[in-house]
Design a protein around this ligand. Structure first.
Ligand code: AMP
Length: 187
């Protein structure tokens, strides 16, 4: 199994690069953000619970997030690996993932950190047009990232899993940089 975490600020290009990794290495792409949006669109009970959280750009509670991730992993018993996109976003989530590694067979090979300046994020997200991409919400999502998600850089650095990639390049250049890191270290 080759399991990879794609990490970075909102708008850093995680989803785009996850799709590149998915087709290149035949992995399952799990985006917790996409899963939540699916539930919201379909007005499931989980969707109704998290609608206002996503609208405000806050984080869904860890318990719900870990559950949704775990359920999704369990659906794909035969995959050659997963790309986790937008998960983990808190130390609690990362610890939960570590604790479930054996049970779920999801040992992490690399955490790819797409590194990009806030100003570039503001420019990019303004053009994306998603509900939670309004300028006032982007600022909150960056704050949430800084307070709750950024500490994971230290967490994964301590475990020698962190690979930082300059996210402020063209999509193709970022993909090539990722490919070179994985070629050298992982696959
Ligand atoms: P994303 O598409 O990854 O930017 O996620 C969109 C929104 O979904 C976030 O702003 C959060 O409200 C929620 N979300 C996605 N992943 C997580 C996570 N791992 N933990 C908590 N909330 C999450």
């Amino acid at each position: 199994m080759v399991n990879i975490v794609i990490f970075g600020k909102p708008g850093a290009g995680k989803g785009t690069q996850a799709e590149f990794l998915k087709s290149k290495y035949n992995l399952i792409h799990i985006s917790t953000g996409d899963l939540f949006r699916y539930h919201i669109i379909n007005k499931t009970s989980l969707g109704l619970k998290v609608t206002s959280i996503l609208e405000n750009g806050d984080l869904v509670p860890d318990k719900l997030t870990i559950e949704i991730l775990e359920n999704e992993v369990k659906k794909h018993k035969k995959t050659s690996g997963f790309i986790f996109d937008g998960f983990p976003r808190t130390i609690n989530q990362a610890t939960a993932l570590e604790n479930k590694i054996k049970q779920l067979n999801v040992s992490i090979k690399a955490v790819l950190n797409l590194d990009i300046a806030d100003q570039e994020i503001l420019n990019r997200l303004a053009g994306r047009g998603r509900e939670d991409d309004k300028p006032e919400l982007i600022k909150n999502r960056l704050k949430v990232y800084r307070n709750q998600t950024e500490p994971l850089l230290g967490f994964y650095n301590e475990r020698s899993l962190l690979e930082t990639i300059n996210g402020d390049q063209s999509e193709t250049d970022v993909s090539n940089a990722i490919f070179n890191v994985l070629k050298a270290e992982v696959v």
